[in-house]
Design a protein around this ligand. Structure first.
Ligand code: 3UK
Length: 506
C-alpha cells in the first residue's frame, strides 16, 4: 500500500519538520503540519460532499497555498484531482470539464468568470467551490474546510492506482487527460530530484512554471517535499521582473524556469547580479530547448549554471538532462539513473551514433495512459517504452542534441502551440482566405509563431495585422499569437493539399 499524501505530507511531519514552512505565497505561509491538517479537512469535506474514491474533482486554481491543500486532500481520500491549465479560454474549459466528468470544481475567484458560462451545461458537476476570494451564491474553500475535522484515515491506495490527472495537448485534436499513478512522484524525486538536482532539506525552491504543468508540479511539490524543503509561490503571471524579485527577496537556492524567461531576464537591465542572489546554487530549464548562448551568458552574468533537461506530461518530469558538473550547453544532456533511452527510425530500429531518431524513454514515472483515448494511448505507450514525438541525435559522448518534433508542434515559453490551431483561429477572420503558421526564431534564438496569410481580397495593413494578432490572443490563448504576419499570394502545398510548412520555415 502506498498513498503519496502519506509519503510527501505526513512523512515530513513524522521526520520532525512539522513547523517548517512548506509553501510561502504572497499572502501567507503554510507549515508541513498545517498542510497535513488542512489536507485532512479537505479529505473530510469531499466525504461530506459524497465524493468517493476514484471520483474526480477539478482544480482550476492559481498557485497559492490552497493548491497543495486541495491536491493532497483529494489524493489522501483516493479521489482524483485533475489539474486544469489556468490560461485557457471558456470553450476549452467546456471540453475538459465534460471530458473528465469532475463532480466538484475548485476555482480561484480570479478565474471564475472564464468558466462561469459553461457551468450549467456540465451534467456531472455537482458543486463549485470558490478558492482565494468570494463569489456571490457559492461556498468559499476556507469555510468549507473550517467545519471539518483535522484528522483523517488516509485511504490505502496501491502504488499502481491512479492518483491524479494532468491534461496534455497534442498536435491535433483536444487535450488528453493523462493518468498518473501514486508511485510516479516518488520515482521522479528519487531519480531526477536526488541524482540530478541533489535537492536538499535547506533548499528554497521557486518554479516559474505553475503547479498545473507537470514541470511545475515536480519543481514545486515533488522535489522540495521529498526532502522537507520550502517552496515560494507566485500566483501572478511570471514576468521577468517579478521572477527576479522573488529570487532576490526569498534568497531562492533552486530556480526552475523556461528558456524565454532566462532570455528575458538577461535582456532586462533591472535584473542585475546582486548579493541577494548569493544562495542561488542551481537553475533548471525545460519545456523547450535552451539556446546555448542563453546558458553561457547566464553563467557569465550570474555565476550559476542552468541545467537543460527534457521532460513531458506523459513521463511526469525530466527524464534526460544535463547534470551540474558535466554541462554541455546546447544539448539536453545525457541519460541518468532511473530512465533508459533509445532513438529509433521509422521502422522501430535503433539508429547509429550521430543519426536522427525519435526519442523513446522507459522509466517508472510513465503515465498509465490517456483517459478515453485508446488509439492515442496505444500509439504513445508501447510496453515499457514511451514515444516522445521528439527527434534527437546522440553523440559519441552520450549527449543528446534536440532536432525538433516529429510533427509540426512547437513551444513558446514552454507551452505548446499547434500551427493548426493558430491557423484555424486566423481563418475565422472575415478577410482571411488561408493561413499557414510556422516556428520562427526571434533575435534571442527563441521560437515564436509566424503566420503567412492569404487575404480574400485587398491588401494587408498594419491595422489588419494587429487585428489578426488580437483575434488569436482572444480566441485560443495569449501566448499563441503570431509575432510576425506576412501577407502572401499563395502557400506551398502537396498534391493532396497539405500545407508544406517546412518550406516556409527558412
Ligand atoms: C518539449 C523540450 C527540447 C519536447 C515538461 C519538464 O514540457 C514538458 O511537458 P509537455 O508535455 O511537453 C513535452 C515536450 O516539450 N521539451 C520539453 N523540454 C524540452 N524540448 N528541450 C527541452 N529541454 O518536445 C517534449 O516532448 O508540456 C518539461 C518536466 C515536465 C514536463 N512535463
Amino acid at each position: 500500500m502506498y498513498n503519496l499524501a502519506s509519503d510527501f505530507v505526513d512523512g515530513n511531519v513524522e521526520k520532525g519538520f512539522g513547523d517548517k514552512a512548506a509553501f510561502i505565497d504572497p499572502a501567507c505561509s503554510m507549515s508541513y503540519a498545517q498542510l497535513q491538517k488542512s489536507s485532512c479537512q479537505m479529505a473530510n469535506a469531499l466525504g461530506a460532499l459524497n465524493i468517493k474514491r476514484e471520483d474526480r474533482i477539478a482544480l482550476l486554481m492559481l498557485d497559492t497555498v490552497s493548491w497543495p491543500v486541495a491536491f493532497f486532500g483529494a489524493v489522501r481520500a483516493g479521489v482524483i484531482p485533475v489539474a486544469f491549465n489556468t490560461l485557457l479560454v471558456t470553450e476549452q474549459y467546456r471540453y475538459i470539464l465534460k471530458d473528465c466528468r469532475a463532480q466538484v470544481l475548485f476555482v480561484s475567484a480570479a478565474l471564475f468568470d472564464v468558466v462561469k458560462p459553461v457551468l450549467k451545461e456540465i451534467d456531472a458537476l455537482q458543486k463549485v467551490i470558490i478558492v482565494d476570494g468570494e463569489v456571490e451564491g457559492y461556498q468559499n474553500f476556507d469555510d468549507v474546510l473550517a467545519c471539518e475535522s483535522e484528522t483523517y484515515a488516509t485511504v490505502e491506495t496501491s502504488p499502481d492506482e491512479v492518483a491524479f490527472w494532468l491534461y496534455s495537448s497534442g498536435s491535433t485534436g483536444q487535450p488528453k487527460g493523462t493518468k498518473h499513478i501514486h508511485s510516479a512522484m516518488r520515482f521522479t524525486a528519487d531519480t531526477y530530484g536526488k541524482n540530478v538536482l541533489g535537492v536538499r532539506h535547506e533548499d528554497i525552491c521557486f518554479s516559474a512554471a505553475k503547479f498545473f504543468f507537470a514541470y511545475g508540479l515536480g519543481n514545486a511539490i515533488s522535489f522540495p517535499m521529498s526532502v522537507g524543503a520550502t517552496t515560494i509561490l507566485l500566483p501572478s503571471r511570471p514576468t521577468p521582473q517579478d521572477v527576479f524579485r522573488v529570487l532576490e527577496e526569498y534568497q531562492v537556492s533552486l530556480y526552475f524556469g523556461v528558456p524565454t524567461l532566462y532570455a528575458a531576464i538577461l535582456a532586462d537591465k533591472k535584473c542585475a547580479p546582486s548579493p541577494a542572489l548569493s544562495r542561488l546554487r542551481l537553475c533548471v530549464s525545460a519545456g523547450e530547448a535552451l539556446p546555448k548562448d542563453v546558458g553561457t551568458q547566464w553563467f557569465s552574468k550570474f555565476g550559476v549554471d542552468i541545467i537543460d533537461g527534457i521532460g513531458s506530461t506523459e513521463m511526469l518530469h525530466i527524464f534526460l538532462s544535463n547534470v551540474p558538473s558535466e554541462i554541455r550547453y546546447g544539448t539536453s544532456g545525457r541519460e541518468f539513473d532511473g530512465y533508459r533511452l533509445k532513438l529509433i527510425d521509422e521502422s522501430g530500429e535503433q539508429v547509429s551514433i550521430g543519426d536522427i531518431g525519435e526519442l523513446c524513454v522507459s522509466g517508472g514515472s510513465a503515465a498509465e495512459g490517456y483517459w478515453n483515448q485508446r488509439e492515442k494511448t496505444r500509439a504513445t505507450f508501447e510496453g515499457v517504452w514511451t514515444r516522445t514525438g521528439d527527434k534527437y541525435t546522440c553523440d559519441e559522448d552520450g549527449y543528446y542534441h534536440y532536432c525538433g518534433r516529429t510533427d509540426d508542434m512547437f513551444k513558446v515559453s514552454g507551452i505548446w502551440v499547434s500551427p493548426f490551431e493558430v491557423e484555424s483561429a486566423l481563418i475565422t477572420h472575415e478577410r482571411v482566405l488561408e493561413a499557414a503558421v510556422v516556428a520562427h526564431e526571434d533575435d534571442a534564438e527563441l521560437i515564436k509563431p509566424k503566420a503567412f496569410v492569404i487575404l480574400k481580397s485587398g491588401e494587408g495593413s498594419a491595422e489588419l495585422r494587429k487585428e489578426l494578432q488580437d483575434l488569436v490572443k482572444n480566441s485560443i490563448g495569449k501566448w499563441k499569437y503570431p509575432r510576425w504576419v506576412e501577407f502572401v499570394d499563395e502557400l506551398p502545398k502537396t498534391a493532396t493539399g497539405k500545407i508544406q510548412r517546412f518550406k516556409l520555415r527558412g
